[in-house]
Design a protein. Structure first.
Length: 426
């Protein structure tokens, strides 16, 4: 029996595992390292967050993105967008140094068992752990508008379902949404030779401003401080004080998680997008069906109350993710239904140590956003979450003998990057 099973090997899972290993906790990590970043983001995408706000977390702070950049020969600089491929390579580099090992099996079921939990994998293995940390990222929580539900999968997809957009070259593609995923997907489609259009309910698009310099006059910095989620006092609170968000009433936390840091495009994307992508703003989906030729036919509700029909080859729903336990099928159904949730939603209510109402079951990442605020939707939140969660695990395990001998971390010199981790700047 392990002390802790971590389900997920993205930024949150790896950070939790790094803190657990450093604390001498017997930990086993399940998942494909950085899978969402490697498999579900199109080539050519960039990280929206600033590099200094995109570190995975180990207790010593030794394995930062800046350190990785130094070893690889590039500068992770403020105001310079970082390619997604470089960030995913950084995550793998971090895992090789800060995490004992990652088991790439897929967890299919977590259920209560004597002394803790039973963890089953799709490959047929069963193991047990005293505690479990669920850090599965966003993929189980994809949102697709119900109006699109009747379209065949080959004609309608979520924006997270694509690694290579060149397959749409020459096709008419309708992208639904107004956030960074929608705007960048539409731009990349155009650059790959497709004919995209953007459809959004919003009557205008929001664009983030060029980031202010890190070094500014004191008064200006005091009026609009920097934080891992952008400038301004509201962003500073979401970024630096998730503990304070958790103390708010459930209804307030739900509202903050749903509305703070709403849809907006990165400053560096705006010019590319505006040169390439036609748009239908203020238009909402009324219905969707397959025409006689199998192509999607969208009926849009226009701002004046009328309707507009759009025939297209493919629809990409860049419509985000919703934290919802009912979509987390790897949790035993009775366990899932029995968890206390935040307000009227279906996200788990978490303690200060990220523990759910089921003793020993912890959550990190998107499902923690209605408890701790919007920072849990970003890589920046992993540092707060990992430290607090592992402290919670240690409290749960206190006075119990270790179930599994702590794994000695391999000794590596900082000067040599791991084999296969080198990336080229694009």
């Amino acid at each position: 029996m392990y002390d802790l099973a971590v389900i997920g090997a993205g930024p949150y899972g790896l950070s939790v595992a790094a803190h657990a290993a450093a604390a001498g906790i017997g930990v086993r990590v399940f998942g494909r390292t950085m899978a969402s970043w490697r498999d579900h983001m199109p080539k050519g995408m960039f990280l929206k967050s600033e590099p200094w706000a995109s570190n995975l977390s180990d207790p010593a702070g030794a394995h930062t993105l800046d350190r990785y950049g130094t070893l690889q020969g590039f500068e992770a600089a403020h105001g310079r967008p970082l390619p997604i491929g470089t960030f995913s390579a950084y995550g793998r580099w971090f895992a090789e140094r800060a995490v004992p090992s990652v088991d790439e099996q897929t967890v299919s079921l977590v259920t209560p068992a004597p002394g803790g939990f039973r963890v089953e994998t799709a490959e047929g293995e069963r193991t047990t752990a005293r505690t479990v940390a669920v850090a599965v990222g966003v993929m189980p929580f994809r949102d697709v508008p119900e109006q699109l539900a009747g379209l065949p999968a080959e004609r309608c997809s979520h924006s997270s379902g694509h690694r290579d957009l060149s397959r749409f070259r020459g096709e008419d593609v309708t992208v639904v949404g107004a956030g960074q995923a929608a705007l960048e997907t539409a731009t990349l489609l155009a650059e790959e030779g497709a004919r995209p259009r953007l459809v959004a309910r919003a009557d205008r698009l929001n664009w983030n401003a060029l980031p202010a310099p890190l070094r500014r006059p004191l008064l200006r910095a005091a009026r609009s401080p920097h934080s891992g989620l952008g400038t301004g006092w509201a962003n500073w609170v979401w970024s630096e004080a998730p503990w304070a968000v958790r103390r708010l009433p459930a209804s307030a936390r739900e509202h903050i998680a749903a509305t703070a840091l709403g849809p907006a495009g990165a400053w560096w994307l705006k010019e590319r997008y505006e040169q390439l992508v036609p748009e239908l703003l203020g238009h909402s989906l009324a219905s969707a069906s397959a025409g006689q030729d199998g192509r999607p036919r969208l009926v849009l509700r226009a701002p004046d109350g009328g309707t507009l029909t759009v025939d297209t080859d493919h629809v990409v729903a860049a419509t985000g993710f919703t934290p919802d336990l009912d979509r987390l099928r790897l949790l035993d159904a009775a366990l899932r239904q029995g968890l206390r949730t935040v307000g009227a939603g279906r996200a788990p209510e978490l303690s200060a140590g990220f523990e759910s109402s089921c003793p020993g079951l912890f959550f990190a990442g998107l499902l923690a956003a209605p408890s701790f605020g919007p920072s849990m939707r970003f890589v920046h939140g992993a540092t707060f979450a990992a430290g607090r969660l592992v402290a919670g695990v240690r409290r749960r395990l206190r006075d119990q003998a270790p179930a599994y001998a702590p794994v000695a971390m391999p000794v590596r010199t900082a000067s040599a990057p791991p084999t296969g981790a080198r990336t080229r700047q694009g």
